[in-house]
Design a protein around this ligand. Structure first.
Ligand SMILES: Nc1ncnc2c1ncn2[C@@H]1O[C@H](COP(=O)(O)OP(=O)(O)OP(=O)(O)O)[C@@H](O)[C@H]1O
Length: 258
């Protein structure tokens, strides 16, 4: 189910502003890849090009190629909505649909895809909530509002909602930054389990988190404010943290800048 992503010579623009320059990177299936780097270096922008979310911003566009198991996501005729179904996303702030119950939040993507059968929906909701380590906490109140859950539970609900439609890749943009340390650990445990089935990419500002959850790390940097961000190096997380090739990487992970 998990898929491999290959980005080649990717440049990313907001109108005339080039935010990211010449990134080539492979994201391996069934691994967790962390994007790290100082603020403004383009981690989130690059992440959003991996499921064609970048282009929802007026004037924003991408050059270069991004393939998913060899299929070009930006080829003519590819439906961005179909891409986002295969490459799901979890955002920084938990964002359950406010008017919906826990059940309906998780079922929403399937319903959009035309699934109506109650039994199928109930099975998918249970499976997704179990996979998101939330089932035991909510199984007796599936009809209650998703917004009534704690922040950490809401984020696991959003992860359940993302995986209910069985994507192959899960993109996570600082998924723990709005959470307390206990909820953060719960999400990190979950990420560890998810990689058995999914390809996971996570943007994080937290070096310990990158070291704890990721198999591979990509370090982005920018020459100066207003200049495009670029990839400095990528490799196995233990190597990037213990013996990076580039001095900029070492300076960043040891806290000398950023
Ligand atoms: N909607 C937007 N319109 C115009 N420029 C944008 C937009 N979003 C981001 N940028 C610019 O693109 C560059 C990269 O931003 P991005 O948010 O991807 O960086 P980041 O590394 O994820 O930063 P942070 O760690 O602070 O979240 C920055 O110069 C930013 O100001």
């Amino acid at each position: 189910m998990a898929k491999r992503i290959d980005a080649k010579n990717v440049d990313i623009y907001y109108g005339s502003f080039k935010a990211v320059e010449n990134v080539s990177l492979t994201v391996e299936p069934r691994t967790v890849t962390a994007f790290i780097g100082p603020s403004g270096c383009g981690k989130s922008t690059f992440l959003r090009t991996l499921n064609r979310m970048h282009e929802v911003i007026p004037g924003a566009y991408v050059e270069g190629s991004v393939t998913l198991d060899g299929t070009d996501l930006y080829a003519q005729g590819v439906d961005p909505v179909a891409v986002r179904r295969v490459v799901g996303m979890v955002f920084q702030r938990p964002n359950p649909f406010p008017s919906m119950s826990i059940f309906d939040n998780v079922a929403s993507g399937l319903r959009l895809n035309g699934v109506k059968n109650k039994g199928v929906l109930a099975d998918a909701v249970e499976r997704s909530l179990k996979a998101a380590n939330l089932w035991n906490e909510v199984k007796d109140r599936l009809g209650r509002a998703g917004m009534g859950l704690s922040g950490g539970q809401q984020q696991r609900l959003c992860i359940a909602r993302a995986i209910a439609v069985e994507p192959q890749v899960l993109l996570m943009d600082e998924p723990c930054s709005a959470l307390d340390p206990i909820s953060t650990l719960a999400i990190e445990d979950l990420i560890n389990q998810l990689k058995e089935q999914y390809t996971v990419v996570i943007v994080t500002h937290n070096m310990q988190q990158a070291a704890r959850v990721s198999d591979r790390t990509a370090f982005f940097n920018l020459a100066a404010q207003g200049k495009p961000g670029h990839l400095i190096e990528a490799g196995p997380t233990d190597l990037i943290f213990s013996n990076p090739t580039e001095k900029a990487t070492e300076d960043y992970i040891t806290g000398r800048f950023g």
